[in-house]
Design a binder for this molecule. Structure first.
Ligand code: MLT
Length: 214
């Protein structure tokens, strides 16, 4: 299958929003799906255009975005490949759904946050911002070359998250800063998940950047 055919046939949820609001690219976590995770967009900005593709890797019947060797140990070659596929899908969607000048902000949870972060680090032109719930550094061992030139990134993590350990989050923050991202990092008590405080922080972050309608 060619990449063009693959992008056109990539299962995804789409809902057109108002022209003045951003496009939220909703990326579900392991075991989630596009319909379930698209609902979070309503809390972040009910006027947003919502584009929620489905992870194309399965692990024990669960949908994911890239292969891993074990919990927290990623197949980085596959991360790189799948980040390229997602950037390609976005280019297709921008044209197909006529996004025009609307900013496209990736909002990912866990494995979805990790593919969003890999995509912005490797293909910064594909995204205008990232909100990462419980993300970690997805590109261990790979040199960073792409420049993010001020792309805003919000990292939302729990201090005691065994799946996204603080050491990896620190590496991630350093890589983003070095690449030139406009980084905003919030740490809260607790572990893996999308806490109410995270949703509030994401709403505020989006509103502050005038990325939400009104
Ligand atoms: C990953 O595989 O991306 C992380 O370990 C989080 C998850 O379990 O999805």
């Amino acid at each position: 299958m060619s990449l063009d055919t693959m992008t056109a046939e990539w299962p995804h949820h789409y809902r057109a929003g108002s022209a003045g609001a951003p496009v939220l690219l909703m990326l579900h976590g392991t075991g989630g799906n596009e319909e379930e995770f698209a609902r979070l967009a309503d809390a972040l900005d009910p006027d947003a255009t919502v584009l929620a593709p489905r992870g194309r890797v399965t692990e024990g019947g669960m949908l994911r975005w890239f292969r891993r060797v074990s919990e927290g140990v990623f197949d980085v070659d596959d991360v790189v490949r799948r980040a390229g596929d997602l950037a390609w899908f976005l280019a297709w969607a921008r044209a197909h759904y006529e996004f025009g000048e609307r900013p496209v902000i990736a909002v990912g949870f866990s494995n979805g946050a990790n593919i969003a972060l890999a995509t912005v680090l490797l293909h910064p032109e594909a995204l205008d911002g990232v909100v990462a719930f419980s993300g970690m550094f997805p590109l261990t061992g790979r040199e960073q070359t792409a420049g993010l030139s001020g792309t805003p990134v919000l990292l939302l993590n729990g201090r005691s998250d065994p799946m996204a350990p603080l050491a990896s989050v620190t590496t991630l923050a350093a890589a983003l800063t070095e690449a030139g991202a406009l980084l905003d990092q919030r740490l809260r008590d607790g572990g893996h998940g999308v806490a109410a405080a995270d949703v509030t922080a994401a709403q505020g972050w989006l509103a502050q950047r005038a990325l939400v309608a009104g």
